[in-house]
Design a protein around this ligand. Structure first.
Ligand code: HEM
Length: 223
């Protein structure tokens, strides 16, 4: 019975690890897209290429997309390597952690400033502001917990923070679905932004529950 159970749970663990790597790969692809968008904006600025439409606040957009690419990639690699290695503050973990901790709030602040020039209506600007505050805030709480040596709290805030970093991914899926409703631009953004944030917050909490569940199973005396 025990053998069957452990066989079953190691099968689950392998599927979980595979899904984790697939997720990490998807995040790296989105990071590559963000990097390409930043480079394209720089080339457009220098008159080398022409864009279909001008970027809002071009300089801030470049900062936003560059720091966003680093945050997305560093966070994905960090969470994956921490899970695969079972945790631990190696120097690789610290370097990736600082890259994420600096770039995530920078992306959130620059993103919000870009929003002010994006003409999406007051409701969407408020929702973008909420997203920036939650993302920057959870990241800073995660860093503060790490500085105090509170590892469990650090991990929980960083999972919440990275779930909010995935706004870039969620929004790219939610926005086209809301566009299909054919509402005004302000209404489309006014729904798509808070909906994406809500899905990210929910996803972060489910992720934490799943982790707590798997930690409890691993620590159970029958195993
Ligand atoms: C990891 C997170 C993020 C990354 C990597 C990222 C990166 C990008 C990229 C590459 C674009 C261009 C998209 C396209 O052309 O289709 C973009 C657009 C934009 N982002 Fe972000 N973003 C992130 C999060 C945020 C956040 C949190 C906000 C605001 C609170 C924000 C505000 C905006 C705005 C307003 C635009 C439109 C700018 C324009 O096209 O003129 N982003 N972002």
């Amino acid at each position: 019975m025990d053998v069957e159970r452990s066989g079953g749970s190691s099968g689950f663990a392998r599927v979980g690890a595979l899904l984790g790597w697939v997720g990490c790969g998807v995040c790296l692809l989105y990071a590559a897209f963000a990097l390409a968008s930043a480079l394209e904006a720089v080339l457009a600025w220098r008159g080398v290429v022409e864009l279909d439409r001008e970027r809002a606040a071009p300089f801030l957009f470049v900062v936003h997309a560059l720091t966003g690419a680093v945050a997305l990639a560093a966070g994905a690699l960090q969470l994956r390597s921490t899970t695969a290695a079972g945790g631990g503050a190696t120097s690789f973990h610290r370097r990736l952690g600082w890259a994420y901790a600096v770039c995530a709030p920078a992306t959130a602040v620059a993103g919000f400033l870009v929003t002010l020039d994006y003409e999406v209506g007051a409701g969407a600007v408020l929702a973008f502001g909420m997203q920036s505050t939650l993302w920057g805030g959870t990241t800073l709480l995660g860093v503060a917990a790490a500085r105090r040596g509170a590892r469990a709290s650090h991990r929980a805030w960083m999972i919440r923070s990275y779930a909010l970093a995935l706004f870039f991914v969620t929004f790219s899926l939610v926005h086209p679905a809301v566009v299909a409703l054919e509402w005004s631009r302000a209404a489309t953004f006014g729904l798509a932004v808070p909906l994406s944030t809500a899905l990210n917050v929910l996803g972060g909490e489910l992720w934490l529950r799943a982790r707590r569940g798997s930690t409890a199973v691993a620590a159970s005396p029958s195993r």
